[in-house]
Structure formats: structure tokens, C-alpha cells
Ligand binder design. Structure first.
Ligand SMILES: [Zn+2]
Length: 450
């Protein structure tokens, strides 16, 4: 019997609603609520899931559908925690999972309980259909993505304590597989790289004194000039492989739109400088495109002084630094210091590595083909995400991740704008569409021989 996709969509929505009604706001998390729900669903269908966590309330759920072992596993993973919601700012309450206007509304509907429900549904379907798998399919719904760092309770903890449960040839997770508007052309983005973080403080020193007698060794003035120079100049242009792949695909996709020639220009340093100073000034895509071509250091905090009439001896800026593939903190600082100032003192607060996966793999081709099979007009573009995900904890285990959680969005909806926002919601039709695409990818990848 062919799969009844309408029923599958309805079932996916039910799981999503159930998950949205569990308050897994992090902090404190309480992700065991979601893990217990998923375990109940999976046990009822003959799975043998486990819940593991550093504490009873921070449960991670893992389930495995066995293949014949002739090929390595595929990992579908997601996080079940959500960021806080200011309920009085929402049109529909954030933990009620109401359905209105074709959407399911709630905190986590886009980031990322939608994907938890989608991946769960794919696992259930593979089992119900008795698909003969060559690979194990691992389903991991994990805790503590929104707050957790290296010492977190989610993937970071699992990768340390139970690495064998996660080992796979590839992982699929957030953020990609959905359509976005590229200069009037709708394209599907698949994330193949993410930037690393280098959070730091830079401190200027000077001579203390009385505010009534200004002198030219004022730490506050030194810092202001330094930050001003950074903002004016920015950091140098780079073209990592993943960005080059994005620009080539985007130039083809947007060939007949005003953005087409701009994607061409961005492929050289001089062309990029002209584009950012000209047609991209104030353009909604400017931050997204700039971030794929540059390391960035965004001032997010300033601190100095304790009394109005005292010139303090130091002043500091907090910078959210983001590094392209190929960089580490040392190379990043070597690029930042000449721009911000060699005389400042630098202190690294956090470093996480950038990640990059090739888009030239059979799995990438399969994801692109599946998107096209379900949307005849689909153009597929790999991209570099500026922010970081839990993928960084899987990479050291040898598990590269693609950001691929397929969803078809109405033309006026931008998924990234839903993340952490008021009125977060998921389009029901687009979610059902996503389950079909993901099911196709997983079924084919895990049954076909390479
Ligand atoms: Zn997320």
C-alpha cells in the first residue's frame, strides 16, 4: 500500500503539538519531558530507545533502526530544548501549540521541534514499511543546544560519554533544507559549513587622571578609536571552498535577476569590495553574504570607568568573533590585531572550531535530487552558516553534519527570522512536504549501494 501522506502530515503535526506543549525552556531545560514522550511513541512501535543524561532532568533520547551492517550508519539528530518566550508578546500562547492560519504556533516550532517530529516520523515510517536497510538509522533528540557549551548536557555530553551511540558516516540536523528568496529567485539552502566562534575581550590601557584635565593617554579614547577603526575597515576578504560553491550555485540560480552579476562580483576581493560598497549597501542579504566572505568581530559590549570625574586606567570591549573554515583563534587574532590595534591586550573567552563538509558527495546529490523531485522548480545551493550548532561536538568523532531539515515555506516566510522570535510557527503543509523529502533521502541513502 502506498504511504498515505495526508495521514503522515497529520501524525507529524500531532507529535509536534505534543512536543510544543512540553515546556523545555532552557534554562533550566527539563528535556526529559520530551525524551519521555518520544520514548513512549517509539516503544509502542517496537523500538528500544534509551534515555541518557548527566542528570535525571536533562535526558537525551537515542533510538536505532538496524540495517544489515553493510554500510555505516546515518545519524538524524535534533535538540529538544527551546529558548525562553515572552508569552504576552505572542499572538497565540507559546506552549499551547494552537493551529491557526495553516500553521502550528509555539516556541520551538522552527527551532527545532519541527525537525524532531519530522525525523521521528521518518524513523517510524521506515520501520512500518519494513524498508530493508543497509545502514543503521540513528535518531537522537538531545538536550541543551541553546545554552550548553563544551560542558553541556546534550550532544557535547553524549559525545564524551557515549560516542559509540552517535558514530555515523554523516549527520543531518539544523539549519538548511528550506527555501529562501535570493533576489526574486527561490532556492533551497543546504548547510555545508559553519563558522567557528572566537569570543574575546580587548583592553586598552592608559594613564589615570582627573576628568577636568584631559590628556592624550586616555584608555577610553584609545578604545573608542580602536573600535571605530575596526568598524570602518572590517577584516579581510576570504573565499573558502564552501563559499565558492555557494557563489557559483547562487550565480547560476539568480542568473536572470539583478543579484546574478553580484554573485559573480563577490568571487574576487576587488569585486566584493565594490559590491559591498555599492549594490549591497543596505540590502537585506548583505549581512548573510558578508559573513560568508569575512571573519567578523562584532562589538557587543563596552566597559570602562567608575566615576564621572575620573579618567580610568583601562577600558575594554567584548567582541563576538566568528571565523571562517580554515581559521583558529591564533590565525584569527593575527588578522584582527593589525586592524583593532597591536597595543591592546587580548583575552580569548571562548573558541569553537569552524566546520566544513564537501558538497561533492553522493549524500549531497541525493538531498538536492530529492528537493527537486518534490519541487520541480527547486534550485539547490550549499551555504556557510554564520552561527554554530551542536555539529561541532560530532565533528571530532568523525561525524560531519549537513544542515538539512527540509521544509517548504510560503514565499513571505523567512525561517531564520522565526528562530528565537515571537510568534514562532511552522507551516503545516510545508512540514508534511519536509517529511516526504527527508523520508526519500534517508530511504534511498540507506538502501542503495554506493
Ligand atoms: Zn536550534
Amino acid at each position: 500500500m502506498p504511504i498515505n501522506w495526508e495521514a503522515v502530515t497529520a501524525e507529524t503535526v500531532q507529535h509536534l503539538q505534543a512536543l510544543l506543549r512540553l515546556d523545555t525552556t532552557n534554562p533550566p531545560g527539563n528535556e526529559t519531558l520530551a525524551a519521555d514522550y518520544l520514548a513512549g511513541v517509539l516503544r509502542a512501535e517496537g523500538f528500544d530507545p534509551v534515555i541518557l543524561g548527566a542528570t535525571p532532568s536533562r535526558g537525551n533520547l537515542i533510538a536505532r533502526l538496524k540495517g544489515d551492517g553493510s554500510a555505516p550508519p546515518l545519524l538524524l539528530y535534533s535538540h529538544t530544548d527551546v529558548v525562553p518566550a515572552e508569552a504576552d508578546r505572542w499572538t497565540h500562547p507559546p506552549f499551547a501549540a494552537e493551529i491557526a492560519d495553516g500553521y502550528v504556533w509555539g516556541r520551538g516550532a522552527a527551532d527545532m521541534k519541527d525537525t524532531v517530529a519530522e525525523q521521528l516520523m521518518v524513523l517510524l515510517l521506515l520501520k512500518r514499511e519494513g524498508v530493508p536497510l543497509k545502514r543503521d538509522v540513528i535518531f537522537a533528540a538531545t538536550a541543551d543546544e541553546e545554552v550548553g557549551g563544551r560542558d553541556g548536557y546534550g550532544v557535547a555530553w553524549l559525545a564524551r560519554q557515549h560516542p559509540d551511540l552517535l558514530r555515523a558516516e554523516f549527520g543531518l540536523s539544523e539549519v538548511g533544507g528550506y527555501n529562501m528568496d535570493l533576489g526574486g529567485q527561490s532556492v533551497y539552502m543546504i548547510q555545508v559549513a559553519e563558522k567557528g566562534a572566537c569570543w574575546l575581550k580587548a583592553r586598552a590601557r592608559g594613564r589615570p587622571g582627573h576628568g577636568s584635565l584631559p590628556h592624550d593617554d586616555n584608555a577610553v579614547a584609545h578604545l573608542v578609536r580602536a573600535v571605530n577603526g575596526l568598524l570602518a575597515q572590517g577584516l579581510p576578504y576570504h573565499l573558502p571552498e564552501a563559499t565558492a560553491a555557494f557563489l557559483a550555485a547562487a550565480a547560476r540560480a539568480a542568473e536572470h535577476t539583478p543579484l546574478g552579476p553580484i554573485f559573480q562580483m563577490l568571487q574576487t576581493p576587488a569585486g566584493a569590495a565594490r559590491a559591498f560598497a555599492g549594490p549591497l549597501l543596505g540590502h537585506p542579504l548583505q549581512p548573510f553574504l558578508y559573513a560568508m566572505l569575512h571573519n567578523t568581530a562584532t562589538p557587543t559590549g563596552l566597559a570602562a570607568g567608575y566615576k564621572t570625574n575620573v579618567i580610568p586606567s583601562s577600558a575594554e570591549v567584548t567582541l563576538d568573533g566568528r571565523m571562517l573554515p580554515g581559521f583558529d583563534a591564533e590565525r584569527f587574532l593575527a588578522e584582527l590585531k593589525p586592524v583593532l590595534g597591536e597595543q591592546l591586550e587580548y583575552e580569548i573567552l571562548l573558541e569553537t572550531p569552524p566546520l566544513e563538509v564537501s558538497s561533492d558527495t553522493p549524500l549531497f546529490d541525493l538531498m538536492a535530487a530529492s528537493l527537486k523531485a518534490h519541487d520541480a522548480d527547486a534550485l539547490v545551493v550549499p551555504y556557510v552558516m554564520a552561527a554554530a550548532t551542536d555539529a561541532k561536538y560530532l565533528a571530532p568523532l568523525g561525524v560531519p553534519t549537513y544542515g538539512f531539515a527540509p521544509m517548504q515555506l510560503p514565499p513571505d516566510m523567512r525561517l531564520m527570522e522565526m528562530f528565537h522570535a515571537h510568534d514562532e510557527r511552522a507551516p503545516i503543509a510545508g512540514l508534511g512536504w519536509g517529511v516526504r523529502v527527508l523520508y526519500d533521502v534517508v530511504r534511498r541513502y540507506c538502501t542503495e549501494t554506493a
